[in-house]
Design a protein around this ligand. Structure first.
Ligand code: ADP
Ligand code: MG
Length: 617
């Protein structure tokens, strides 16, 4: 049989390699920024159009390339950064695989202009799908400018696979952050579609973090510094009370390279244990310096995962130094911060004068009264239950007194015909107590054919969700005016997300008096939304938009309704009065789709008498 093995032509090999290196526009941004840093640039400009789908350009003032090097740089495995395999263990550059430019040039139109300081003229090369179209002498400043146009022009499948511009830009900004944060002595500017998104002058690390994430970040940072033989840690963690719903402010850099490590992340989480709420993530911006010999960076083409020789020790040191910093901060917060009196004050109390504490004593309270009675009527007995959420039960109900107050017998469930007749026709006996709360989580109720078990959190999410959707659709939400405007601060990226949803937020009842890059003032909130919840709602919303990776078919209104319902709904663990329980069940069955929570989880189950009977056999 004839020999059948052939060497792949270079352009095919490059395209295959590109599949690993270039997943999306953001990967190109990362590679180009890293090359500029390796070239010793002190200023780097990133210009992006249409979330990188049309243009990604990086201009640096680094050392540039000779004409021969410029041509060679597009060859595969062509690198100036390592010469021998041993060099892999003493890396001081970002790149070393010599694949990036070859890969990018295989799948895009690339224009390179570069000049070394000592040269009179520079070199200009145009290359399309691995083919050199032209190479000329050119007048250009010292440094390198690379423009990458029409990414994936020759791989339509990959191009179609790209997400919406919002999502792709989000990825680009993430990569930009990862490079710009740790290289704070380099100045960065980023433009998207002609407008400046970031302008980061040379600065120290703290200032860089603040410039990236917004002015209010400064007060949130707690410094972490530790030097041991194996590991040097420097950087910051966020104060626990500023922990976020999303993980967008979590950064590990190892020898100035952004890395992902679930293991080290765990070390931080364990240092924060007991200080942050479940589901919140502490911010951190930590630089780890280790001996290059003790890590292996070459385990992943994008180099974001690395292997440490002695992970356990790193874990222990990291955990204890973060703990130490947090401890110091608790004892002496003024040591490290210029404290801002406003910062520690909850929004509700800002600018208000202090009033004498008011003690409410119910003189008619009789502890020997039947508990049920005292619970049922709110005028007698201590208000044991937190009643704050009680009002929000009404949010989204058509109108009090109509469907809401129907007894079970009149409820219609469209999804399940059998259920229609399952409720007792005679409410008389059950009227006194038709529901029971179990484990502060489920509401149990007797129905004609057996038992109904409602998940209180999911049910309430459904009720709120339908109500919110409705008020957004008919654009008729009622707002409650705030006595003092609420001032909230977000990073630029976060404000951009909120800006997209501003109109829909207004339809839920929010009123904004100011909406600038790093400050949002709110003068009205939806009825029944407590002030204290507002920042949590908006944070949750930002995090949901970021995580749900909204696509072209994503509906802002729907996401907003889901997110707000999630924030506002009664949680499991919250005890409810009898009235609240009953109201919740009634309201659930007044919904269009009571069966499921907005996130499509089952909201209630039923158990028939026969099923129960069987269990007793
Ligand atoms: P690597 O960075 O892994 O070496 P690349 O394909 O990214 O591989 O780049 C190939 C080579 O081209 C680099 O080793 C470097 O010598 C040169 N090069 C790339 N970008 C620049 C730049 N912005 N300035 C100067 N030289 C560059
Ligand atoms: Mg490189």
């Amino acid at each position: 049989m004839a020999d059948i093995i052939q060497l792949l032509p270079d352009h095919v090999a490059n395209q295959i390699a590109a599949g690993e290196v270039v997943q999306r526009p953001a990967s190109v941004v990362k590679e180009l920024l890293e090359n500029a840093i390796d070239a010793g640039a002190s200023q780097i400009k990133l210009i992006v159009k249409d979330a990188g789908k049309t243009l990604i350009q990086v201009i640096d003032d680094g050392k540039g390339m000779s004409a021969t090097d410029a041509r060679l740089s597009f060859e595969r495995h062509a690198t100036s950064k390592i010469r021998t395999a041993e060099d892999l263990f003493s890396l001081h550059t970002k790149g070393f695989r010599g694949e990036a430019l070859a890969s990018i040039a295989a799948i895009a139109h690339v224009e390179l202009k570069t000049k070394q300081d000592q040269d009179e003229l520079g070199t200009q090369i145009t290359i399309e799908g691995s083919e050199v179209v032209s190479q000329d002498l050119t007048v250009t400043p010292k440094g390198t400018a690379i423009a990458v146009k029409n990414l994936f022009f020759n791989i339509p499948a990959r191009r179609n696979f790209l997400k919406s511009n919002t999502v792709e830009l989000r990825h680009i900004i993430d990569e930009f952050h990862r490079v710009a944060l740790v290289h704070h002595s380099i100045a960065f500017i980023m433009y998207h579609n002609g407008s400046e998104l970031f302008n980061l002058p040379t600065s120290n690390y703290r200032q860089r973090i603040v410039n990236v994430f917004g002015g209010k970040t400064n007060e949130k940072l707690v410094p972490v510094n530790e030097a041991t033989e194996v590991l040097k840690i420097s950087g910051f963690v966020g104060k626990p009370q500023f922990a976020k719903k999303s993980r967008t402010e979590q950064f590990f850099f190892v020898n100035d390279r952004f890395i992902k490590s679930a293991y080290l992340n765990h070390a931080i989480n364990s240092a924060f244990e007991g200080l942050v709420k479940d589901g919140s993530h502490p911010s951190y911006f930590l630089n780890l310096q280790v001996d290059p010999k003790s890590i292996d960076i070459n385990i992943h083409p994008t180099k974001t995962e690395i292997k440490f020789d002695d992970e356990h020790t790193l874990y222990a040191i990291l955990r204890s130094s973060v703990k130490h910093s947090l401890g110091q901060f608790n004892i002496a917060p003024v040591l490290d911060f210029e404290s801002d009196a406003n910062l520690e004050t909850p929004y509700d109390f800002k600018n208000k004068t202090a009033a004498m504490p008011h003690v409410e004593v119910d003189r008619s309270f009789n502890p020997f009264l039947d508990e049920q009675v005292s619970k049922g009527s709110s005028s007698s007995g201590y208000k044991k239950e937190p009643v704050g959420q009680w009002e929000s039960l009404y949010v989204g109900l058509e109108s009090k007194g109509t469907r809401v107050n129907q007894s079970f017998s009149e409820l219609q469930l469209e999804s399940d015909d059998e259920l229609q007749s399952m409720f007792d026709n005679e409410p008389s006996e059950t009227a006194s107590r038709s529901t029971y709360q179990f484990q502060n989580k489920y509401i149990i109720s007797a129905i004609k054919s057996g038992m109904l078990i409602v998940d209180q959190n999911r049910a309430h999410q459904r009720i709120l969700y339908e109500g919110l959707l409705k008020s957004m659709t008919i654009k008729e939400a009622t707002s409650q005016q705030l006595l003092f405007p609420l001032e909230l601060h977000f990073s630029i990226t976060e404000t951009n997300i909120l800006k997209q949803l501003k109109e829909d937020l207004e339809h839920t009842g929010f009123i904004f008096s100011e909406f600038t890059e790093d400050k949002i003032s709110i003068t009205g909130v939806p009825v029944n939304v407590p002030h204290s919840e507002v920042s949590i709602i908006l944070e949750q919303l930002i995090s949901d938009v970021e995580q749900e990776v909204p696509d072209s078919n994503f509906s802002a209104v729907d996401l907003l309704a889901k997110s707000m319902a999630k924030s506002l709904a009664i949680k499991s663990g919250q005890s409810l009065t009898f009235m609240e329980q009953e109201h919740l069940v009634n309201s659930l069955f007044a919904c269009k789709e009571p069966n499921m929570s907005p996130a499509n989880r089952i909201a209630f189950i039923t158990m028939g008498v026969e099923e129960l009977d069987k269990k007793f056999m």
